[in-house]
Design a protein around this ligand. Structure first.
Ligand code: HGY
Ligand code: MN
Ligand code: MN
Length: 423
């Protein structure tokens, strides 16, 4: 049995407990619920702490060895077999208007895999690990995937601990405040392999009427904060020709991004998600606007070209409108290709379990894109109803959630018996 899984290699009698999976998802969803059925658990807030405490209690119930590292990543290991663990995991921090499945589903399905093995007397050749990575969303502390980036050595612990939140606090101080400033070192243990199960968060699987995505990689991500300083003035007395209006400039930047996306087409996406106007008053031409630009593409060359076009536009409009524009890079990750051997295992197992399956890239960032730097990695997607995510209405059919968790179960077991030196 190995990376070239075949039908005989799957024990079809072995399957996860659907009710238990859904119970845990719904129990976690009760922590910091918001109107519309979602959650708000921004990274390292009290709400995040409460979610962490609950999931750690489940990990301990499964007699897993739980460690917390210097940036608050929680790694639980079921110590069976030998050698480095086959790991799964994701995140349980959410955006401010998050759903109940983004990240949470992958962590809880990982626990379900361990409990199913324990209860069926299945002892894999490698330990099984489930990770909760800190601040995957990056919404409070940029960049996103911060915890997994430090876990794989892509950022030093010191640098991470000094990052400040959009609401002010220092990351290291928040870890201490919520009791998750751990002692386990970063970078962390390099897994034998890593598989992340996640909702697609987009419309593709539903549009194609396909149940499972065998994810081939993650698109490149470019985040920057743009600060535009103009001249505050009276809304009634200042002639239009004399204005240096940062809010107008911000609007032009948003329009430029929309038109750039249309020109590039294909996977190019651009988002202005955050705009802070000062003083933000009806009768005042603003003094300053701070906004964020989220630019993504599966093609690194096109992503760099888009970044250069945006930089040139910022210079041009600063001159024409007589404002000053400064930028601050918040995140920059190149596109990632997952390991074909792991993608093939996922695709084969999904088909063998009777699911419709397609290969696809991920539009969203994920912790798996960081683990891919250090070990054979890939992801499993299940459909998002109406393609909605980062929205309390985020939803996925229970049958699809269960199907994804069963693929995770068999993929992790398959990878436990895969010698990557030979495939
Ligand atoms: O921004 C993202 O793609 C992810 O949700 N952090
Ligand atoms: Mn996520
Ligand atoms: Mn997310």
């Amino acid at each position: 049995m190995g990376a070239n899984a075949n039908n005989s290699s799957i024990n079809h009698e072995l399957s996860i407990d659907a009710a238990r999976l859904m119970d845990r998802i719904m129990s976690l969803a009760e922590i910091s619920p918001i109107a519309g059925g979602g959650n708000c658990r921004l990274a390292l807030t009290d709400d995040d702490r409460d979610g962490r405490d609950l999931v750690v209690s489940w990990m301990r119930d499964l007699n897993m060895e739980v460690s917390v590292d210097a940036v608050g990543n929680i790694i639980a290991v079921w110590n069976v077999g030998s050698g480095p663990p086959v790991m799964t995991g994701s995140h349980i921090d959410t955006v401010r208007t998050g759903g109940k499945f983004d990240g949470n589903y992958g962590v809880i399905a990982g626990l379900e895999v361990v409990q199913t093995c324990q209860q069926n007397g299945v002892t894999p050749d490698h330990p099984l690990a489930v990770g909760i990575f800190t601040d995957e969303e990056g919404a409070r502390f940029a960049p996103d995937m911060l915890g997994s980036l430090v876990y794989v050595g892509g950022m030093t612990t010191e640098e991470a601990l000094d990052i400040t939140a959009i609401d002010g606090p220092r990351l290291g101080d928040e870890l201490v405040r919520i009791g998750y400033a751990g002692s386990a070192p970063c970078p962390g243990v390099i897994p034998h392999a890593f598989v992340e199960l996640h909702i697609e968060q987009g419309p593709l699987l539903e549009a194609n009427d396909v149940r499972i995505g065998a994810v081939t990689g993650v698109q490149g991500i470019s985040w920057q904060e743009v600060t535009i300083v103009g001249q505050s003035n009276h809304a009634g007395t200042t002639p239009m020709s004399l204005r240096h209006d940062p809010t107008y400039v911000a609007a032009e930047i948003a329009v430029f991004l929309r038109k750039l996306s249309a020109r590039y087409g294909s996977h190019q996406v651009c988002t202005v998600g955050k705009v802070d106007v000062f003083p933000n008053l009806i009768n005042v031409v603003a003094a300053r606007v701070t906004m964020t630009l989220d630019i993504r593409n599966t093609d690194e060359y096109l992503l760099q070209r888009a970044e250069m076009e945006v930089a040139a536009f910022l210079n041009e409009i600063a001159t024409s409108e007589g404002v000053t524009i400064t930028t601050k890079k918040l995140a920059r990750f190149e596109p990632v290709e997952f390991d074909e051997r792991v993608v093939a295992v996922i695709e084969q197992i999904s088909n063998d379990l009777g699911n419709t399956t397609q290969r696809m890239p991920s539009g969203a960032g994920h912790d798996a894109q960081m683990l891919a730097r250090v070990c054979p990695t890939a992801m499993i997607f299940v459909p998002s109803i109406n393609g909605i995510s980062h929205n309390p209405a985020e939803d996925t059919e229970t049958d699809d959630l269960v199907a994804g968790a069963n693929i995770l179960l068999h993929a992790m077991l398959n990878l436990c018996s895969t010698d990557f030196a030979k495939v």
